[in-house]
Design a protein around this ligand. Sequence first.
Ligand SMILES: *[C@@H]1O[C@H](CO)[C@@H](O)[C@H](O)[C@H]1NC(C)=O
Ligand SMILES: *[C@@H]1O[C@H](CO)[C@@H](O)[C@H](O)[C@H]1NC(C)=O
Length: 260
Amino acid sequence: MLALTTIAFSLSLLGVSLAQIDHVGINLADEVGKYHQPKRSTPTATCLVADALQTASFRTGLENGTAGIRPGLTESPTNEANFINFCSGLDLTNGRQNPNGSCNGIPMGRIPAATNMVSTLITFPQPSDRLSPLTTFTVTLQTRHLRAGHLVNPSAAYYAAPQDLDEHGDILGHVHVTIQEIGESLRAGQAPDPAVFAFFKGVDDPGDGKGNLRAEVTGGLPRGVYRVCTMTAARNHQPVVMPVAQRGAQDDCVRFEVGS
Ligand SMILES: *[C@@H]1O[C@H](CO)[C@@H](O)[C@H](O)[C@H]1NC(C)=O
Ligand SMILES: *[C@@H]1O[C@H](CO)[C@@H](O)[C@H](O)[C@H]1NC(C)=O
């Protein structure tokens, strides 16, 4: 029915990455390919193989008779080739963190089973804790089903490969810890500007192997009201992608104060 076995797409030869420090103490010893299952050979390096074609993308999802239709849904864009040329003519992400925005054509990749979804809890600080100003403290986290300690070079391979799983079906990735001031009160009412943060750290290490991770806030924080959040990521720094929409959150936030 569908003669779409080989669809060529143009390779970007755009090159050099924008150097932006994302992580302190980058661990480049990531074992690339170790967890990959064998792949079929491809006709050429730049063609879509027939069994990788997703036919659901041929349709908007709102065709008459489609299950799940209800008022308020929008039509999905359609494409008969996995959107492989979606970014053609646009500024490609191409491994860079481009603050101007960009278009990323890399597939989302392998998605865990519902039994392996990521979950995180911040265990320190606790809600409403009051910490001493300018005093080193350690944010501690507990995670489930994240194979931590896997992160690629954020200056050269940002979003440059799909999400992947380990031999147990857990996402290979890492956690970021980010802290922002949220105003005068724990009961803040304004969404903070994501471009402004008081602390940021990628947790590079695998932790204790039981899901416990930590990030030291060296020198502490000035007096203020803050929100600490986790941002769980797959290996190439993309937010973790989950198998079902209805679930608990993969990340956690806690609001706390620094003051005397
Ligand atoms: C889809 O259904 C609507 C109303 O149920 C009808 O008006 C429309 O003609 C149908 N479209 C097609 C392509 O069958
Ligand atoms: C972002 O946009 C500015 C202004 O147009 C430009 O000078 C800069 O080179 C752009 N950065 C990247 C990484 O494309």
